[in-house]
Each structure stands twice: as C-alpha cells, then as structure tokens.
Design a protein around this ligand. Structure first.
Ligand SMILES: CC(C)(COP(=O)(O)OP(=O)(O)OC[C@H]1O[C@@H](n2cnc3c(N)ncnc32)[C@H](O)[C@@H]1OP(=O)(O)O)[C@@H](O)C(=O)NCCC(=O)NCCS
Length: 124
C-alpha cells in the first residue's frame, strides 16, 4: 500500500490517495494495480468513493495508450461482477470517451457533480 500510495500522490493527487485507502480498507479489497519491471504503472479502484462506484483510476503518463487502462478497467469490472454487482457507476469520469470506447459506458443525466459536490480543497 505504501508504494502505491506514494506513486498515486506523486502522479495524480492526495485526494486519490484517500480514495485508494478506502478501497484497501475492506476485504476483498477494491483495487487492482498494474506493474512493470517492479514499478507501479496503473491502478483502478472500486467500492471506494461509494458502493458500486468504480474509480479513481489512472495510468502512468509514459505508459498510456498501450492498453493498460482498458485492462485495469475490465479487470475491476469483472471483480465487481463476481461480487454480485449487475452494473457499475463510473464516478467523476474525466475522459468519457475512454469509458464509452472501452466498456460502452453512457452518461447518467443530471449526475454531475453528484456525490462529488462540496469536496474540500487539497491540503497545501
Ligand atoms: C484514462 C486513462 C486511464 C486511459 O489509460 P490508457 O492506458 O492510456 O488507456 P488504453 O491504452 O487502455 O486505451 C483504451 C482505448 O481508449 C482510448 N483512449 C485512451 N485514453 C483516452 C482518452 N483520454 N480519451 C478518449 N479515448 C481514450 C485509446 O485510444 C484506446 O482505444 P482503442 O482501443 O480504440 O485503441 C489514462 O489516460 C489516465 O490515467 N488519465 C489520467 C487520469 C484519469 O483521467 N483517470 C480517469 C478519471 S478517474
């Protein structure tokens, strides 16, 4: 966890570290990671921000567009299906085209900001 937390903070944000910690605080844990040559290059969380939600997820900038994000997303969704979920909600999507292209995700009308309203700013 420490190694992944340090990488998420350095590559993305401390806010995503908080969500990763929640995903890792239950069993079975709600995070899949990708590694290459003993280094973390990607992660995808689920059941972190809210139950049934997937995200945050991210891939190292130098490793993007190589299929790692799609593999992480589908692996996380398969784990959710094994846990009994029939559908998953992609929270705070960011690049919606990535999710539409990889898993056929569609926008839920009126869902922005949804549960992400009134978030505290990142600490300095
Ligand atoms: C979004 C992200 C996870 C994609 O990871 P990736 O490893 O580059 O994605 P993949 O290589 O698996 O791409 C799979 C497909 O989606 C497409 N794609 C990738 N990023 C895309 C984007 N930003 N917008 C639209 N399509 C995208 C690829 O071209 C590929 O299409 P293809 O199968 O037709 O060739 C990565 O760009 C990232 O970490 N972004 C910053 C963090 C972020 O926004 N996370 C999501 C919000 S929580």
């Amino acid at each position: 966890m420490h190694a992944v937390e340090e990488w998420i903070a350095r590559t993305f944000s401390t806010r995503w570290v908080s969500e990763f910690q929640v995903a890792m605080a239950h069993q079975p844990c709600g995070c899949v990671i990708a590694t290459h040559e003993k280094k973390v290059i990607g992660f995808a969380c689920f059941d972190a921000t809210a139950r049934g939600f997937i995200g945050p997820m991210g891939v190292d900038p130098e490793q993007r567009l190589g299929g790692v994000g799609k593999a992480l997303l589908i692996t996380a969704l398969e784990q959710m299906r094994a846990m009994g979920y029939g559908y998953a909600i992609i929270g705070g999507t960011g690049p919606q085209d990535f999710y539409a292209r990889t898993v056929g995700a569609t926008v839920i009308d009126g869902s922005d900001p949804g549960i992400y309203a009134d978030i505290l700013p990142e600490p300095r």
